[in-house]
Design a protein around this ligand. Structure first.
Ligand code: PLP
Length: 463
């Protein structure tokens, strides 16, 4: 298959046969069309790993083992575990994998809590505003939880900040007029324009709505040159794209594991703190952040574990941690570089097919779609398809048709359907079938629009 040729279904089946990672799909449970709300039986085309990753078969096995240990050994499972995963140290087999996957040292990584709570935890320690430097930079289109979270922090510093400073604390980044994604040069310009007042720049590694991968390597030196800190939301980055937190010099970061790492619904999150990052003595303490050597001595004084783990609060939730192990081990076996190679091909194939559609970039007012996501290398697996005409209910109608035909993506209001062919369990053939389903849905939408126009005309002629 040459790079410019539009692949046929035969080409895609051949790509699956030749794919050195084609065996990993069998490691997962593939959802059923009808159970997902579609019509018909058989395996759904699951392009929604950006939201909730699929169940790894080994994760099911690990969960059953944990329930058995709970049932038979009860509290002693914390210390004696027949599968050598004592609950007291359940994070131990996970941390080395997580550190590797985010590009950090083990001492810089904690496996803990959930993304937004971790964000609040780290902002409490590292957002240390002064009267001169108190602003937080964040994209206006950020995930709402991040937006709400950053707005809540300046208010906690009323003793230092005036009401006007609190009101002006957030600098919202926006794409240029007529553009969908942020340009790195514009982020750098905003940082330069506010260089004396910025405390923290908070960005996603991969943007949830557009799928844009931010150029952190270029942004980080600028943030540090003005004396601010750089924090990252890696929800859509971890397990999807290459993360080099140490090399990029990121100060702190948070993530969830239920998307590309398949820990299960609302599974556990984690965070990274650059070694030696100064919290000025501001830390929310809990017993799980205490040095594990003295934790169970129940002492009144808090003696934190050095590094990121010293910022943990509670004992690690075992049942939302264990499912993660299976996928982390699988990634280690497969090699993340090999995954990136396949990801580029898989999503590149979807992009090529989408761009060959007659519905791609239609004339004004006509039914179709545009792609918000930038081209490789500024993206991971996700392509965000924005339905046109905008804000006229096209997106939810098309989305229901996709679901009915067995294609599970996800809808993000107002106009986007996110489609993510995931390396570990999606096939090239599915990319082709997903494209056919989308084409059918758009055709039905177009026909519906035509009937609507005819009805309108009819009404006008009767007036
Ligand atoms: C980009 C992003 N940030 C934050 C969150 C919130 O995560 P949590 O509910 O685990 O706090 C999500 C959830 O999907 C997300 O996609």
């Amino acid at each position: 298959m040459t790079s410019s040729k539009i692949p046929t279904m035969g080409d895609l089946i051949k790509l699956d046969r030749q794919d050195p990672l084609n065996w990993t799909r069998d490691e997962f449970e593939i959802p059923n069309i009808r159970a997902c709300g579609g019509e018909g039986d058989g395996e759904a085309i699951y392009f929604c790993g950006n939201s909730l990753g699929l169940l790894n078969k080994k994760a099911r096995q690990h969960m059953i083992e944990e329930l058995d240990v709970w049932g038979t050994s009860s509290v002693t499972g914390h210390f004696n575990h027949p599968h050598k995963r004592p609950w007291k140290h359940v994070d131990e087999p996970l941390t080395p994998h997580l550190a590797k996957i985010v590009g950090a040292k083990e001492s810089e990584v904690a496996h803990s809590s959930t993304l937004t709570s971790n964000m609040h935890n780290l902002f409490t320690s590292f957002y240390r505003p002064t009267k001169q430097r108190w602003k937080i930079v964040i994209e206006k289109g950020s995930f709402p939880s991040d937006w709400y979270a950053v707005h809540s922090h300046p208010k906690l510093h009323e003793a230092i900040l005036s009401q006007q400073q609190i009101d002006e604390a957030i600098i919202g980044l926006e794409p240029r007029e007529g553009e969908d994604t942020l340009r790195t040069e514009d982020i750098l310009r905003v940082i330069e324009e506010n260089k004396d007042t910025i405390s923290i720049v908070w960005l996603p590694l991969v943007q949830y709505y557009t799928g844009q991968l931010f150029d952190i390597a270029s942004i980080s030196p600028k943030v540090h040159s003005i004396g601010a800190l750089l924090g990252l939301d890696m929800a859509h980055g971890i397990g999807n794209v290459e993360c080099k937190l140490n090399e990029w010099g990121v100060d702190f970061a948070v993530w969830c594991t239920y998307k590309y790492l398949n820990s299960g619904p609302a599974g556990i999150g984690g965070f990274y703190i650059k070694d030696g990052l100064d919290d000025g003595g501001r830390r929310l303490a809990g017993w799980w952040g205490n040095d594990s050597a003295t934790r169970f001595q129940m002492l009144p004084s808090f003696s934190p574990t050095p590094g990121a783990k010293g910022y943990q609060h509670s004992c690690t939730p075992v049942l939302s941690s264990i499912p993660l192990l299976a996928t982390l081990q699988l990634i280690d076996k497969v090699g993340f570089t090999n995954m990136l190679e396949k990801s580029k091909k898989l999503t590149g194939t979807l992009e090529k097919l989408l761009k060959s559609s007659k519905y791609y970039n239609p004339p004004d007012g006509k039914v179709g779609f545009k792609i918000l996501t930038p081209e490789h290398p500024y993206r991971g697996t996700q392509l965000s398809v924005s339905l046109l005409p905008e804000n006229q209910g096209v997106m939810p109608r098309v989305f229901s048709r996709l679901l009915k035909d067995g294609l599970v993506g996800d809808e993000r209001y107002p106009n986007v359907i996110r489609l993510s062919p995931v390396v570990l369990y999606n096939k090239f053939e599915e990319v082709g079938r997903a494209f056919e389903i989308l084409e059918r849905a758009l055709k039905a939408e177009e026909e519906g629009a035509r009937v609507g126009e005819e009805k309108d005309l009819d009404m006008v002629s009767k007036d």
